[in-house]
Write a protein that binds this ligand. Structure first.
Ligand SMILES: [Zn+2]
Length: 152
């Protein structure tokens, strides 16, 4: 039995089974963005307005926007830009995992599988060094390592 969370502002985010979803894993709505920066944020982020009848609007931090933009750039096949933003994430947010797993995605999109595996492994090590990092996401990074290795 899972708790079902209903997002108010998106049909796609209608039902999310929270117990199964890693906060750093891709959102189950299919956006490719991290769950915590997508439907989770829509559900639990701060609202921009105190008006109860206003539509719920999630507030994205610069980190969220940069991290999400890498997903969009990869989808548009703008891989050089996606890589540049990922490096900026690493540099500007060294205490966040985003730069590592985004770079892994960029390298996978480039079909540089060894590098993708290397960065997912870095993400696993980083996550394990962070107290309280959710295990579901760590498991997801590990499953990505195994998936890419099995495709080689
Ligand atoms: Zn979502």
């Amino acid at each position: 039995m899972h708790d079902i969370y209903i997002a108010q502002d998106s049909q796609i985010c209608k039902a999310i089974f929270m117990a199964k979803v890693g906060r750093n894993a891709p959102c189950p709505c299919g956006s490719g963005k991290k769950y915590k920066k997508c439907c989770f944020l829509r559900q639990n982020g701060k609202t921009q307005s105190a008006e109860p009848q206003m539509r719920f609007t999630p507030v994205y931090t610069e980190l969220d926007q940069l991290s999400n933009s890498v997903v969009d750039l990869i989808a548009q096949n703008k891989l050089d830009q996606a890589e540049a933003v990922s490096h900026r994430l690493l540099k500007d947010y060294p205490d966040q995992i985003d730069g590592l797993d985004r770079l892994a995605q960029v390298y996978e999109a480039r079909d540089e599988k060894e590098k993708a595996v290397e960065y997912y492994r870095k993400a696993v090590n980083f996550a394990r060094s962070m107290p309280g990092f959710d295990q579901v996401s760590i498991d997801w990074y590990l499953s990505e390592v195994n998936r890419i290795k099995s495709e080689k």
